[in-house]
Design a protein around this ligand. Structure first.
Ligand SMILES: NC(=O)C1=CN([C@@H]2O[C@H](COP(=O)(O)OP(=O)(O)OC[C@H]3O[C@@H](n4cnc5c(N)ncnc54)[C@H](O)[C@@H]3O)[C@@H](O)[C@H]2O)C=CC1
Ligand SMILES: O=C(O)[C@@H]1CCC=N1
Length: 405
């Protein structure tokens, strides 16, 4: 089947935006709008690659001629995310159902409701032939549900390989194609590597023929501790690789994700644009040197678990002091949500200053804060981030020897 011709509209124009020449020769107005939005969003400089011309090149259907499998539906343009506003209003988590591992598929109506978040006008019209996932576990599901909820991708354009039948059912329940790994590579130009870290090198090596047939595939690994050097050693030279550390709040559009790209890669700007575009749609995306990614894993990759423990402990404290369990849990969760929102919204105010505003002299809060210090909360949390960072480093297998082509 022939792949569709590339959409020749200015790829950076929001829908309904008047097309035309900008004051800067060679850029359309949409590209300039997108660049301005980027600056305002505080996500850094709009990548150099993000001119109208390069965006349409970066986010186009793959250029290689590999045909998609017979079951491929007609690829449809993927609507790009709105670039994040400086303060993203997070959807209420109560609308989200995240099934336990191995459970059967929830209904699609259980998806987070996109209407819960005011959606600014999309900045970039993304056209891709497909999005792939090698592994359909917890984190793949969180990313996928987040992207689906924001209408970044349509289920018919998503290809997942997953050997475990209950997880296949979950994925089918989302309306995506469950195919084998080689078909994922052949059908999708951007492929998340979402298997356990120790599986990554052998899985990628086994997909080498498909990767050779599909040059310029962008592999986006989310595996903890698996370095870019390991990824590079496992794939053909034509494949592009990126390493991302997201977290499960992708599911509710509130992830904290950091990513790194290979130094000196000729496609680095394009890949940064694409990865930023995808993860900005489901939260915060920042580019960091790869040497920082293990610390990111220890902090924000693993961090949701620490925060859930904190919420649980807060609720227990409420119950100990006479609150009904359900009331205590709701209050504890909203407390953490609201407090985090204030830190996010008041970036220039130190959290200690926000804390001081709650602690009335001789009042209740300072008594509680003193108890937290006596209990070692601060050092326990620092210790948790350090332990997880160390573990991420341990999990980094030595990269395989360079491939002989
Ligand atoms: N769970 C989390 O909060 C986060 C996880 N990660 C990373 O995401 C990756 C996946 O983690 P989880 O989703 O938690 O694990 P998971 O165990 O839920 O998912 C992994 C999936 O891969 C499947 N799988 C195994 N071999 C496969 C193969 N050869 N081909 C295709 N699929 C295969 C498994 O059946 C399983 O469903 C890991 O590398 C982890 O480090 C990164 C950030 C956060
Ligand atoms: O626990 C883990 O290994 C994964 C990586 C970051 C969060 N979960």
């Amino acid at each position: 089947m022939r792949r569709p011709r590339r959409d020749r509209r200015c790829a950076a124009s929001p829908p309904g935006h008047r097309r035309g020449r900008s004051r800067v020769a060679g850029q359309c107005e949409g590209a300039m709008w997108a660049a301005t939005a980027y600056r305002r969003a505080g996500v850094g400089r709009f990548p150099r690659a993000a001119s109208a011309a390069t965006l349409s090149q970066v986010l186009q259907p793959r250029r290689d001629p590999a045909p998609p499998p017979a079951r491929t539906s007609t690829p449809s343009p993927l609507v790009a995310p709105a670039l994040p506003t400086a303060v993203a209003p997070y959807p209420r988590p109560s609308s989200v159902v995240f099934p336990p591992r191995g459970s059967l598929a929830p209904s699609v109506s259980a998806l987070p409701t996109p209407t819960a978040t005011p959606t600014p006008t999309p900045a970039v019209a993304v056209t891709m032939s497909g999005l792939g996932f090698l592994g359909g576990g917890m984190m793949a599901e969180a990313i996928l549900r987040g992207l689906l909820a924001k209408s970044i991708v349509k289920p018919a354009d998503v290809y997942v390989s997953e050997p475990y039948p209950p997880r296949q059912e979950v994925m089918r329940g989302l309306g995506v194609h469950v195919v084998d790994g080689a078909d994922v590579i052949r059908s999708a130009s951007t492929v998340f590597v979402a298997v356990k870290p120790d599986v990554v090198p052998s899985l990628l090596a086994s997909l080498s023929p498909a990767l050779v047939d599909s040059p310029s595939t962008l592999l986006v690994s989310i595996a903890a501790g698996v370095t870019l050097a390991t990824l590079r050693g496992a794939v053909p030279p034509s494949a592009r690789v990126a390493r991302v550390m997201p977290n499960t709040p992708c599911l509710v559009g509130a992830t904290a994700a950091a990513f790194s790209l290979e130094a000196g890669s000729p496609s680095a700007d394009d890949d940064a644009t694409l990865v930023t575009t995808l993860f900005s749609a489901v939260g915060l995306a920042v580019q960091v040197p790869e040497t920082q990614l293990d610390a990111v894993t220890g902090l924000s990759g693993s961090g949701p678990a620490y925060v859930y423990t904190f919420i649980e402990a807060l609720a227990d404290g409420g119950v100990l002091n006479g609150l009904p369990r359900a009331t205590a849990r709701r209050l504890a969760a909203q407390l953490v949500y609201g407090s985090a929102k204030m830190v996010v919204e008041a970036e220039d105010v130190h959290p200690a200053e926000l804390r001081n505003r709650v602690e009335s002299p001789g009042g209740t809060t300072i008594a509680g804060s003193a108890a937290l210090e006596a209990g070692g909360l601060r050092s326990a949390v620092i210790g948790a981030v350090s332990a997880a960072t160390r573990r991420a480093k341990e999990m980094a297998a030595p990269p395989p020897p360079p491939r002989k082509e």
